[in-house]
Design a protein around this ligand. Sequence first.
Ligand code: SF4
Length: 395
Amino acid sequence: MPQRKAETGPAEKALIAGVAKPRSHTNLDPMDSPATIDAATELKALIGLGRDELEAEIAGLGEPAFRARQLWHWIYHRGARSFEEMTTLSKSFRAKLAGRYSLARPEATRDLISTDGTRKWLMRFADGQEAETVLIPEGDRGALCISAQVGCTLNCTFCYTGTQSLVRNLTAGEIVGQIMLARDAVGEWPSPTHERQITNIVLMGMGEPLLNYDNVARAVKIALDGDGIAISRRRITLSTAGVVPMIKRCGAELGVNLAISLHAVTDELRDKIVPLNRKYPIAELLAACRAYPGASSARRITFEYIMLDGVNDSDTDAKALVKLLEGLPAKVNLIPFNPWPGALYACSPPERIDAFIKILQNAGLVAITRTPRGRDIMAACGQLRSESIKQRRFK
Ligand code: SF4
């Protein structure tokens, strides 16, 4: 067997093992503690603390555990933005909280709405770093695509975000804060039980979520809590380029839907399109998918396949994809490539996409072509990249 795995340095190894932080140029270190301190106000952020952590904070103030439960309800169910409005808490307790803690969300520095209704926010965090969050409405559903990192280390060659080097992981508060800000924007507090605008959460924005697992897991657990944001695990999808060692853990601990950015059917091509493949080749990735806890024909694993003209879109590729996914509870999303300035690829013509999907469907695979959304505001798949980086480049 030829040796396929690329050599990696100790930093990348630690990053992939989920134990190290990426290159950081900030004072905020999301791996230190679940609670971060706002450098300007010196107040501790409460958003991002799990239930146990919140209880510990409140116990530290000499208050009983039920106060933490009330606070949780105000923050995550009612979406309170100030302690002042938490009228079931005593005035003295509210004043104590206000002197120590912050409920700040990320700040939306841009809010763009596409002609097709897709909405994109540029989120600025306390240290000035930025990431993007996209709401894609569709009939009576709405998927919120959130970011896990500022930038990305993985450099997938079709992806605009991949051209921006990793700045840092987002904290749990910054990840869940994206959901809260979107809920603020669409007026969705307290958490509705019916007729929500934001029905699904997809971790498909900037960054690789499984390289920021601890913060992503904490944020997902907060979003799942029934007395809070209350999104069911069946409505949360985590998309990975294939960080194989973390896939099983994600399934066992979070039980969310899994999506794989596959995009090629041979290691030779995938090594180029998704360079992480050099470390975790297709066979290892698919073995991890076969073992993914909870995957079934009712909860299929999504395989994303971007359609690149003349690169990965032949009939032979389609037939090989059918063979690769044999026996897996899979569904395939074909994604027409969304061009961006300087991109190496063009999108496959519509008739090629049709021919490709017919081969998949005729073989019994569940497959759809995803309609591109938000192209006019650069909110479509693979197009996310924070505006600040571009602006800095042109200074
Ligand atoms: S596709 Fe995802 S993992 Fe690949 S570079 Fe883009 S953000 Fe990173």
